[in-house]
Write a protein that binds this ligand. Structure first.
Ligand SMILES: Cc1cc2nc3c(=O)[nH]c(=O)nc-3n(C[C@H](O)[C@H](O)[C@H](O)COP(=O)(O)O)c2cc1C
Length: 362
């Protein structure tokens, strides 16, 4: 449960336009007024995935800290890792405002931001000031007016190589026209070849191999999932992030806001993104790391993503509703689950509901 201060802060923020409220929350984190609610370290929650040691499996998803303004403050809230971006080579404004909408009854968000960000240079300067130990991933994308989108991803790898603990190639935002086409088999093959060759070159130069993950949409056909899985297995990719926001509007209560264009996230995305996660786990086998994202709102939903095949989870939208204490509460809840079920590691529950979720028709 949220505390009285968190509830009061939420009430105040909800009087504001969502984008203004987001700006205030970033400023509050920067200024240090948000108290740390991190859970105590628990060795049962620690895992080494793609060569990185995650102190707990709960991460901040991309899109909250697009410009790397508060990565270390987010880690202090109790997240085991955080992902900045999406960043594009050149700064861009994104779409016209308003472009973020709260669906309060559904505990959901619709956004059509369109990769508004300060560009590579600004984020790089901020990350250079962060500790190299901090588990910060860099989510890279392409400018809307780019003549060569793949070149924008390559520029991301080169620019951030020294400061990123991992990369996420985001090809699944619905708000940059044509971006999701990179998920089609031939385009994905071309993207992965070039991006991973660039990573290998940088690894050779620096003696440090930075893992690269691919972030996909939840709106995929079975054939689309087959194609992605085939290309992922054909390349030396380090993992998958499932999923970005959805274009679906099924099952929403707030019919007025549901009409807004953009990607839907939060509680209504949980089932769909978890089913796609399980279907990708089935296709990829037990070894490839998968980060499950979409509608994580509690320790129970975080655990359910792991049961459906995730190694780690991320969240964004439910923190809008639950407040900055959410990551700490989830981590504490996962420790309690380990106590209750006498687990030596949270990994023991991975895949235990894989068949159930892979069979869900959503
Ligand atoms: C306002 C907003 C902005 C987002 N921006 C990005 C982004 O820049 N890059 C990205 O990969 N995902 C972005 N996302 C998607 C989230 O990272 C996440 O995949 C999705 O919201 C599902 O998780 P959730 O239900 O916990 O929010 C954004 C989500 C929201 C709500």
């Amino acid at each position: 449960m949220t505390g009285p201060l968190e509830r009061l802060a939420r009430r105040g923020l909800f009087l504001l336009d969502p984008e203004a409220a987001h700006g205030i929350s970033i400023r509050a984190l920067k200024s240090g007024v948000v108290p740390s609610c991190a859970a105590p370290a628990d060795a049962r929650l620690e895992q080494t995935i793609a060569g990185l040691t995650f102190p707990n499996p709960v991460g901040m998803a991309a899109g909250y800290d697009k410009n790397a303004e508060v990565p270390e403050a987010l880690l202090r809230l109790g997240f085991g890792f955080t992902e900045i971006g999406t960043v594009t080579p050149r700064p861009q404004q994104g779409n016209d405002k308003p472009r973020i909408f709260r669906l309060v009854e559904d505990e959901a968000v619709i956004n059509r931001l369109g990769f508004n960000n300060d560009g590579h240079g600004a984020a790089l300067a901020r990350l250079q000031a962060c500790s190299r130990q901090a588990l910060i991933g860099v989510n890279i994308g392409a400018n809307k007016d780019s003549a060569d989108r793949i070149a924008d991803y390559v520029a991301g790898i080169r620019t951030f190589y020294a400061v990123a603990r991992y990369f996420t190639a985001n090809i699944s935002s619905p708000n940059t026209p044509g971006l999701r086409d990179l998920q089609a088999r031939e385009s994905l093959a071309a993207l992965l070849s070039v991006v991973l060759a660039t990573r290998d070159e940088e690894a050779e130069k620096s003696g440090r191999r930075v893992p690269v993950f691919l972030k996909i949409a939840p709106d995929l056909t079975e054939g689309g999932m087959d194609d992605i899985a085939a290309e992922v297995l054909a390349h030396d990719l380090d993992g998958l992030i499932v999923s970005n926001t959805t274009l679906s509007r099924e099952g929403l209560r707030d019919q007025r806001q549901a009409k807004e264009a953009g990607g839907l996230s939060g509680k209504p995305l949980f089932e769909k993104s978890t089913a796609v996660l399980a279907r990708m786990r089935k296709r990829l086998g037990p070894d490839l790391p998968i980060i499950g994202v979409g509608g994580v709102s509690s320790a129970e939903t975080a655990a359910e993503k792991i049961r459906a095949g995730a190694d780690l989870v991320q969240l964004y939208s439910c923190m809008v509703y639950e407040g900055p204490g959410l990551p700490g509460r989830i981590v504490r809840g996962l420790s309690q689950l380990c106590d209750r079920d006498k687990l030596a590691s949270i990994r023991e529950i991975r895949d235990s509901r894989l068949d159930y979720w892979a069979g869900r028709n959503v």
